[in-house]
Structure formats: C-alpha cells, structure tokens
Design a protein around this ligand. Structure first.
Ligand code: GCO
Length: 453
C-alpha cells in the first residue's frame, strides 16, 4: 500500500517570488534605482554579467503569469513590492504609476482566486536611502515605516497577508559582511547594525500595517533558517556551531519572540554589538500572525580560528546529494520546524520558501523533465507533514519559485521555477514539477512514491 501524505483542506499552497528577480522594467514608469540595480550594473558582481533590467519581464507579462498560476490551481502567490517603484527616493514623493501596478496585480490575483502574499522588503533598498547610510543608519527604519504606511493605505483593504522583511540576515551579512550581495560592504559591525535597524524597521511596519489595514490581514516576517549542526562533537566544533546559530537564528528569533538579544551575543562578539537604544525592540517583538521560514539546507559547522570574529565555517558533508548550490538534506526542514516550535512557539508557521536549482532543459517534445526538483519538494513535504504530526502549526507551503528568475550574484545560472522561462523569448513552459505540484494542490497531498512522479 503506497503511503498517501495528506494535508488539511485548509492548508495553503502557493509559490514565492521577489520584485527584483522577476519584474524587470528597472527604469520604467517613474521607478527609482535600487541598490540591486546599482550592484548588478557594477562589473564583477554578477557571475554571468547579467542584471535584473528585464528579468522575467513580469512587470509587463503578469496577466499571462496570473493565468498560469490559475491553471496550476495555486491558492497563494507571494511577491514583493519594489520599494523604489513606489517611493523613488525611498521616502516622500510617491510614484502613482508604481502603486497602480501593484493595485492592478493584487486585483488580478484576487479575481483569479489567488491570495496575494505581499513582501514589503526583498533586498531592493532604494539607492537614495543607501546614499544616506542604508540599513546601518537608524533613519532607514523610519523610512521603512513610512513606506509600509503608503502600501497599507493603498492595498490594506484587500491584501490578506503581509511579510515585512525577507531574510534580514542575508540583507545584513551578505550585503554588509561578505559583500556578495548589494550594497557589497565588508564590515562586520555594519552587518550587525544593519540587522538591528531591520528589526526596528520590522516593528515600525507591523505598527503601520496593524493601524492602517482595514481588512485585519495576517502579518509575518520571512527568515532564512537552517538546521545548524557541529561537524564533530569536539568542544571547538560544538562552540563554533553555537556561535553560528547565534548569528543566523537567535539574532532575529530572540528579539522577535523574546523581546531581547541573547546574552551570549554581547559577550560573544565584543566591539561588534550594535547600537541598541531603550525601546528599540519593543515594537519588533509585537505579536505576529505567522513566522515565515525559508528553508533550503542545513549548515554543518566546524571551528576555524582563522575566520574573523566568528571562528566558524560551514563544511560540505560527504555522502549527501548536492544541488548546484547546497546539500540536499530534507530532514533539516523538520529539524528547523521542531526547534523553532520548541524554543519560540509561534502562533503559526508558513514555509515561505523551499525549492532547489536544477539545470533544467527543454526536451525535443517541449517538456522539462525536472524529476530532481519534484523529488526535492516531495521529500521536504514529507518532513513538513512529520513536523505537523508532532503538533507544529504549519499552515502554508510556498515553493521557491513560480518562474525561473534572477538568482542574485549567480544571475540566470540557477533555475528554481516550477515554470521554465526562455529568457531570450520570455516563453513560459510549465515543468513536470509544476504539473506535479498542481496535482498535490488538487488532491491535498501526494503518494510518497517517486516512481509515480
Ligand atoms: C532567499 C531569497 C530568494 C532566493 C532563493 C534561492 O531565500 O535567498 O529569498 O530571493 O532567490 O532563496 O536562493
């Protein structure tokens, strides 16, 4: 008898995207530049020397893509608002054409029976705010609160779910410590300060959404979380994994759910601790309707004294399958869910991103046979169901991503979509994984047998 993995009828199935990665139209209809426009246009930052200038041309093709979503039976579509498309200088002057675009998109999704899940910030900070200091500057938190209010006033009567920030850890550390992401800084103290300012900003946005959205929407945040494990049981590796988890996980979850930073943070990283003022975290720890978790893989950590300030680094475990970017480790999504539920007890958890890059190609018959992506999704959904069976309140699963898109510093080298995009012609082809996911939504589950994929 084949096991059928069944989810509740109320479970929300959808996909996730972000503005810079799919919209294109980078200078159209009054949009101002973002730090990703600047970063991608700077030679050497993007591996295939591409940009998001056109991306998947979603800005023009969204009606066709909404029809695709409807054909798949998607119940929710997560997208982000390009902050500089709405506020070209980041604050002050509103660009009516920018707001009109999102107004039409939200109405188009609702008309198709698809819930819009709106992310306010998915890394494309207005360049004008970067020029004034960016996330390390506290004023950026005030600007974010102003931007959230503008979005809430226009869309707050219809949008059922808002996400304030996407992966503030990546915006802080890839953007300000490793420099792999915009704005390309390499400054550990700036990275921690950027993390802190984003938490203040999150609190301001929650207050704006709670007060201005007339339809009382669900409000959450989307964090990148991984199952952090020591490479060995040596004291050094155990301590290194603890420090890594402190920075990746507890730096955000402790303030959000406990209203304070972990004591080890100040002790563990002297001289780097951010400028925290009384009351900074009060709004940040306001109750949330859901915690969004973006899960991709685990982090196996060993001690390395040569790594500045954290003395820890990820290793690549042998014996595991790998995608083009990470180890494929499905039990990790269960481990993350179980830990977050145990330590933070969120009211609800949404998987706001889960997916895998596969070097997809179109076969002679026009099909994209991305079996590895379907197998990845199936294996991770089995682990999500395992956590739910233990009482973890997972209520949504959004695949990253609907469309192949601009994968940040990798450019277009990494394909994550359930729908293939030919970036020369902008043709869309639903991949085998997209057809499988449509059946999962229809049947509220799937047979846990890969031969039937
Ligand atoms: C992230 C971002 C997405 C990425 C996706 C694949 O989680 O890093 O939210 O924008 O494209 O995760 O790396």
């Amino acid at each position: 008898m084949t096991d059928f993995v069944r989810f509740p009828d109320s479970f929300i199935w959808g996909t996730a995207t972000s503005a810079y990665q799919i919209e294109g139209a980078w200078q159209e209809d009054g949009k101002g530049p973002s730090i990703w426009d600047t970063f991608a246009h700077t030679p050497g930052n993007i591996q295939d020397r591409s940009t998001g200038d056109t991306a998947a041309d979603f800005y023009h093709r969204w009606p066709e893509d909404v029809a695709l979503m409807r054909s798949l039976g998607l119940q929710a579509f997560r997208f982000s608002i390009s902050w500089p498309r709405v506020l070209p200088e980041g604050t002050g002057r509103v660009n009516p054409a920018g707001l009109d675009f999102y107004d039409r998109l939200v109405d188009g999704l609702l008309a198709a029976g698809i819930q819009p899940v709106v992310t306010l910030f998915h890394w494309d900070l207005p360049q004008a705010l970067q020029d004034k200091g960016g996330w390390p500057s506290r004023e950026t938190a005030d600007a974010f609160g102003e931007y959230a209010a503008v979005a809430a006033r226009r869309l707050g009567d219809r949008v059922p779910a808002w996400i304030t920030l996407n992966e503030p850890w990546v915006a802080a550390f890839a953007g300000h410590y490793t420099g792999d992401h915009a704005p390309g800084w390499r400054d550990a103290k700036a990275a921690l300060q950027a993390a802190h300012t984003q938490l203040i900003a999150h609190g301001q946005a929650v207050q704006a959404l709670r007060s201005l959205c007339s339809n009382h929407p669900k409000i959450g945040i989307a964090l990148t979380l991984s199952s952090v494990q020591p490479a060995s049981q040596s004291e050094d590796d155990l301590a290194a994994a603890g420090r890594y988890d402190l920075i990746l996980t507890r730096l955000f979850l402790d303030p959000l759910f406990h209203g304070r930073y972990p004591a080890e943070l100040q002790a563990g990283f002297p001289g780097l601790f951010p400028d925290v003022r009384p009351g900074d975290l009060d709004a940040a720890s306001a109750p949330l309707d859901f915690l969004g978790i973006n899960y991709y893989s685990r982090d196996v950590i060993r001690h390395n004294p040569d790594i500045p300030w954290i003395q820890a680094e990820p290793v690549q475990p042998e014996g595991s399958p790998y995608s083009q970017m990470w180890e494929i480790y499905p039990p990790g999504i269960y481990e993350v869910l179980a830990r977050v539920w145990r330590d933070y007890h969120p009211a609800s958890i949404w998987i706001t991103e889960n997916g895998v890059p596969v070097p997809d190609g179109v076969d002679a018959d026009g099909r994209v046979r991305d079996f590895r992506r379907t197998a990845y999704l199936l294996d991770h959904l089995v682990q999500v169901r395992r956590a739910m069976d233990e009482g973890v309140p997972v209520e949504a699963y959004l695949v990253w991503s609907l469309l192949d898109n601009f994968e940040w510093a990798y450019g277009y080298k990494m394909r994550f979509g359930l729908v293939y995009v030919d970036f020369e012609t902008q043709q869309r082809i639903i991949k085998d994984s997209g057809h499988w996911f449509a059946r999962v939504i229809r049947d509220h589950g799937f047979a846990a047998v890969k031969e039937q994929i």
